[in-house]
Design a protein around this ligand. Structure first.
Ligand code: HEC
Length: 161
């Protein structure tokens, strides 16, 4: 086989590979599928809710250990660090999948963005309070963190029964 033939074959297989990869990524429920984006957001929210819940259970002495609380707050810090544009992509309002996000969220994007941006600093304070071990401080930071969630839900999330 001469070099030309080898090169043509190599080029063909690379193109084939790219096609296969592209086909795969658009065929599965990928990032461009709005219903999948809604699901992904709900997963992010659930992770935050679970994390905050673990801290709350720990504070109330309802079965969660200090380790549960510290894992929970770590999940919360991580999830709240996501880019708001990725969590709330346009075209994922109520009507898409089972989205409960009001269209107002995008009409008031700067408010939504700052609501989102307030979560991580609050979660980091909560994490520091947990590490400090002062329960009163943890409780206070917990309340402050859940306020950051509630404010956005109040404005931009439809109430489900
Ligand atoms: C910037 C706005 C915003 C902030 C901040 C926010 N959320 Fe949400 N949250 C939403 C919206 C919008 C929905 C509805 C999402 C959907 O149905 O697509 C939602 C839904 C949820 C859900 C339900 C998910 C499901 O399974 O349908 C939970 C749980 C939740 N949020 C927890 C939290 C917690 C905990 C925090 C704070 C640590 C928080 N959220 C902060 C906007 C926000």
């Amino acid at each position: 086989m001469n070099n030309r033939v080898v090169n043509v074959l190599a080029a063909t297989s690379v193109a084939g590979l790219l096609f296969a990869l592209f086909g795969l990524s658009s065929g599965t429920a990928g990032a461009a599928d709005p219903a999948a984006q809604v699901k992904e957001r709900q997963q992010t929210m659930k992770a935050m809710g679970g994390g905050l819940g673990a801290v709350a259970k720990y504070v109330k002495g309802e079965g969660a250990t200090a380790e549960d609380a510290s894992k929970g707050v770590a999940a919360l810090v991580a999830a709240s660090g996501k880019d708001p544009k990725a969590v709330f992509p346009e075209g994922t309002e109520v009507g898409v999948g089972d989205s409960a996000a009001k269209p107002e969220l995008w009409k008031n994007w700067s408010k939504a963005q700052s609501d989102w941006g307030a979560v991580q600093p609050a979660a980091q304070k909560l994490q520091a309070a947990l590490q400090g071990g002062d329960r009163a401080q943890v409780a206070q930071a917990l309340a402050a963190t859940s306020k950051t969630c509630g404010g956005c839900h109040e404005d931009f999330r439809i109430k489900k029964n």
